[in-house]
Design a protein around this ligand. Sequence first.
Ligand SMILES: *Cc1c(COP(=O)(O)O)cnc(C)c1O
Length: 468
Amino acid sequence: MKLHDIDDRVHVLDTQTDVWSVIREITGSGLQEDAFYVCDIGDIVRKHKIWTSYMPRVKPHYAVKCNDSLTVLEVLAALGTGFDCASKTEINKVLSLGIEPERIIFANPAKPASHIRHAFATGVDLMTFDNEVELHKVKEIFPEARMVIRIRCDATVAQCPLGMKFGCNPHTEAPHLLNVARSLGINVVGVSFHVGSGCKDPPVFRKAIFTARQIFDYAATLGYNFNLLDLGGGYPGDHGTSIEKIAETINLALDDFFPDPMINVIAEPGRFYVSSAYTLACSVHSIRAVNVEDPVTGHNTVNYMYYINDGVYGSFNCILYDHQKIIAQPLKKTTGNKFYCSSIWGPTCDALDQVIDQILLPEMKLGDWLVFENMGAYTLPVASPFNGFPIPKVHVIADENIWMLLKDIFPLSESHFVIGNTPANLRLGLDINSTDTWSLPALPITIPVCGNGGIIEEHVLEFVGPIE
Ligand SMILES: *Cc1c(COP(=O)(O)O)cnc(C)c1O
């Protein structure tokens, strides 16, 4: 497998080094100004171990839309997962790694005809549907396809519900669709659902699996012999979350409703695999101090507005589209205990570009870094360089054990890895082409006190490039 870009190489570190120490090293080098990610592929490997130990019967098909980075796809391919693709381009991306079409499910129930033609041409023959028109398209373009009926079963609480767009009603619509499929001679092989992304309702999986059982039984009356159950996505993936409850529910429901081991059970986790693997670091490039009057005490207090180099048009689009709650942590640990009410803003000239509207932070200085964990899901694939602000680059790391584990497993190879995190290597991956370091002039921000509240002084201080 040839590498597409030298920046994508995985930096192999000793087991003492962690994501935060890597961020400290990069920011401390004085060579980095742009926002950047650190991606720890060890985190993806650990997630896979958790998945296979909690749900040995459920074969994961990673949902490519969640984070389509080549590194992620290669690592998951090496670990042996399948893939859920939603378009021609996603299919091509996975196939280009040398992955067999049998490992792909084309899990978009509403596909453009040209994409179905592409699936036919490339041998990706497992596809979902939830409407009658799709069956007619498939009949015409790819009559041998193996089709999976997607039913609707929504979690009561989910970060991103999907049911209003996809999934047929299992009681009123599914029987009709299966009859239509039968009369068209289409090979329907199973049932899928998606309870909603970021599911906070583990019991919903039991309900969905039971409903799938009912569809299996109905299909049998039409002469179908279903053998595929697809549990979709929805599993949480942030640090500190667990899929234990969901896995318990799923395992029990499978034992109760699908005891036959010949039934192939798959799922389409996206967020679960990548969310916590990515940590974003942004630097403060401008600051406004705002004096506000405390409504209780009547005293003036200072609020800070921090402008950082990634925002809602970049990685933080996840605030708008994925309804993510963002947590900022200062990289520097402060010793003092004075905190200020602060807000964090993206770099573009749009007032919508706000990352956090209220957070207590110690006083940040120009050039200080804020760290955002759990930024691997639904961030980078959606980001745009609007207003000329670049999408952060990704510095990929793994510890020695992960390297030993993965380096010889296709599609990974020795050439994917580089030993060490030296500044020379860092320079390859990040935003600097020169060897100049830059530093900041000391710019103390003074906030003259005045009694009338509101904005009393604005300090928008810009970096002025390398200082000799
Ligand atoms: C987005 C999507 C997924 C992944 O969902 P997560 O909540 O990220 O696990 C899985 N399947 C389908 C069909 C999807 O559209």
